[in-house]
Design a protein around this ligand. Structure first.
Ligand SMILES: NC(=O)c1ccc[n+]([C@@H]2O[C@H](COP(=O)([O-])OP(=O)(O)OC[C@H]3O[C@@H](n4cnc5c(N)ncnc54)[C@H](OP(=O)(O)O)[C@@H]3O)[C@@H](O)[C@H]2O)c1
Length: 259
């Protein structure tokens, strides 16, 4: 029987390409997101695929997703669904940020806990949490909540990685931490990247390779990998100032002028 992989946020961007990458490697796929038509369109291109439409910003939907697939021996979980919002903290609507926290943090937390228990019992499998280079930084002015959600994901993933090592488990967990990737992320965040973005295909390939290699932090861009290590040595306030400048450059013409 083919091994099964569950990819959240598979209707677009990085998740869609990760699903394709796993399909190429012979996995049976379970695709999850809200837009059923997009998932069905992707499923038609893949070999053996199941589609589950769900809103992962809701706890009951995360639990339903788990309940629906828990008997299908999922050996790879990719927690990819997520989004950001660009703007000054006091101006972004609270409802948007709470939905972001629910999707980027709570859903990742819930699904990681539920599936990890099963993987540990089988003593095999992989979890890939799609974080961001934002999750390696001390903060992100003009994307404050988004950076905080991704810091949560890298921190949680790092701790679990070490716990698995301490327990001599064969289960692996990784955090994918790319910089800008050319997806629908910007449209949702109401931003424009100021710098060159990598393709979602390349990002997915690096993510999947890194996951199977058991890497803790996967950074697809070599330059960013070096920069993020250097950033750990630099003063916090200097990094915040530079990050704030970079975020300002993402301002879209129709976004708030005070950014
Ligand atoms: N693009 C970048 O520059 C970049 C860089 C670093 C990290 N990331 C991270 O990469 C991940 C994927 O983003 P992307 O760049 O591929 O953006 P994207 O093209 O906008 O894809 C986001 C995916 O998340 C799904 N999603 C969002 N809210 C959801 C919800 N409530 N329930 C279920 N699914 C939901 C979307 O599906 P539906 O709308 O159909 O539900 C979509 O499939 C995110 O976690 C993002 O933070 C992106």
């Amino acid at each position: 029987m083919a091994r099964t992989a569950l990819v959240t946020g598979a209707s677009s961007g990085i998740g869609r390409e990760i699903a394709k990458e796993l399909d190429k490697r012979g996995f049976r796929l379970i695709l999850a997101a809200r837009r059923a038509d997009r998932l069905e369109e992707l499923a038609a291109q893949l070999n053996d695929t199941r589609v589950i439409t769900c809103d992962l910003s809701r706890e009951d939907e995360c639990r339903r997703l788990y309940d629906e697939v828990k008997n299908e021996k999922v050996t790879v979980l990719v927690n990819n669904a997520g989004f950001g919002k660009l703007g000054r903290f006091e101006q972004i609507p609270l409802e948007d940020e709470l939905r972001m926290i629910d999707t980027n943090v709570r859903a990742v937390h819930i699904l990681t806990k539920l599936f990890l228990r099963d993987l540990i019992e089988e003593d095999r499998g992989y979890i890939l949490n799609v974080a961001s280079s934002a999750g390696l930084m001390p903060g992100g002015p003009l994307m404050a909540a988004y950076y905080a959600t991704k810091a949560y994901v890298t921190s949680l993933t790092s701790s679990i990685y070490e716990e698995l090592k301490m327990a001599d488990s064969r289960v692996k967990i990784s955090a994918l931490c790319p910089g800008p990737v050319d997806t629908e992320f910007n449209r949702v965040a109401n931003a424009d990247f100021g710098v060159k973005a990598i393709t979602p295909e390349y990002c997915a390939k690096c993510g999947v390779e890194g996951m199977f290699a058991g890497k803790l932090i996967i950074i697809p861009e070599r330059g960013l990998d070096i920069a993020s290590k250097a950033a750990q040595l630099a003063p916090r306030r200097m990094i915040l100032a530079v990050t704030g400048q970079l975020q300002s450059a993402k301002k879209k013409e129709d976004n708030d002028a005070s950014l």
